[in-house]
Design a protein around this ligand. Structure first.
Ligand SMILES: Nc1ncnc2c1ncn2[C@@H]1O[C@H](COP(=O)(O)OP(=O)(O)OP(=O)(O)O)[C@@H](O)[C@H]1O
Length: 255
């Protein structure tokens, strides 16, 4: 049984079918990248999986349980969490406070790790562990606003990790980073493979092909191919629909 089993997922904006009977299977422990041209529906898919966006139909089974109709905080408690954009970080609060408060808010106050609210130590311990996990422990007491762009992206990861997910959904975790910052984030994601399953949307093809165990290609709201990076590179349907000649040079084919 796949950890995440998506069948016939649908969502339309008026006449525009953004996800169109989409099927996707994600296996436990893998890093699964979703690539596709601009406007293919990647962000919408992540929002539908996390419960942030309503779906018109279909099934999203996570660890054997149907998630459709469940609000986001219940999916988080079930073990499915997504990272949020830098804009959700509170610049005047420390990195530690950001992780602790955001994780608590996402799970609701009744979650076992973070209740009762009056008892802050377990909350701070969990937040610190998450910061350590992404290599940001030495910035725990720095104001989030003073962190570099790459560190803010690490902080986003820590916030998502503090909810102790079994499956982590990442929407462009490398956006806006380059060089060493991107390399550091790729290393952090690789190290997470041992303990959780990652689904990520990413435009940086070099990162995708070095990081992912499997890649799914989304075009016009449907997954047209799933396979290892080598299989995807060699797939004529993918080349025709999406990758084109740019992939041969290892450039960013999606932007
Ligand atoms: N709230 C909305 N209302 C109407 N149309 C929307 C809405 N959100 C997204 N769309 C449309 O749905 C399509 C898919 O958008 P989405 O952002 O999911 O694509 P994407 O693959 O993530 O694109 P990109 O790679 O550019 O981020 C686009 O045509 C977009 O214009």
């Amino acid at each position: 049984m796949s950890l995440l089993d998506v069948r016939k997922l649908r969502k339309a904006y008026g006449a525009l079918k953004v996800t169109d009977d989409l099927d996707l299977q994600v296996e436990e422990g893998e890093i699964h990248a979703i690539i596709g041209p601009n406007g293919a529906g990647k962000s919408t898919l992540i929002a539908q999986l996390s419960g942030e966006a309503h779906s018109d139909g279909g099934s999203v089974r996570f660890a054997g349980t149907e998630m459709m109709g469940m609000p986001m905080h219940r999916r988080v408690r079930a073990g499915m969490s997504r990272s949020f954009q830098i804009t959700s970080i509170l610049p005047g609060f420390t990195a530690l406070e950001n992780v602790a408060t955001a994780a608590q808010a996402r799970m609701g106050s009744s979650f076992r790790f973070f209740s009762p609210v009056a008892e802050e130590q377990p909350l701070n311990d969990a937040a610190l562990a998450a910061l350590r996990r992404v290599g940001l422990a030495d910035r725990a007491f720095f104001r989030a606003g003073s962190l570099s762009h790459g560190e803010k992206r690490q902080l986003e990861l820590a916030i998502a990790l503090a909810t102790q997910p079994r499956l982590l959904l990442l929407d462009e975790p490398l956006a806006g980073t380059s060089g060493q910052e991107a390399d550091r984030l790729v290393d952090v994601m690789k190290s997470l493979r041992q303990e959780l399953t990652l689904v990520l949307i990413e435009h940086d093809m070099n990162a995708v092909f070095s990081l992912a165990d499997r890649v799914s290609v989304l075009v016009y709201g449907r997954i047209i191919a799933t396979g290892t990076p080598d299989q995807i590179r060699a797939d004529p349907r993918v080349r025709e629909a999406y990758l084109g000649e740019e992939s041969e040079e290892g450039t960013d084919a999606a932007s």
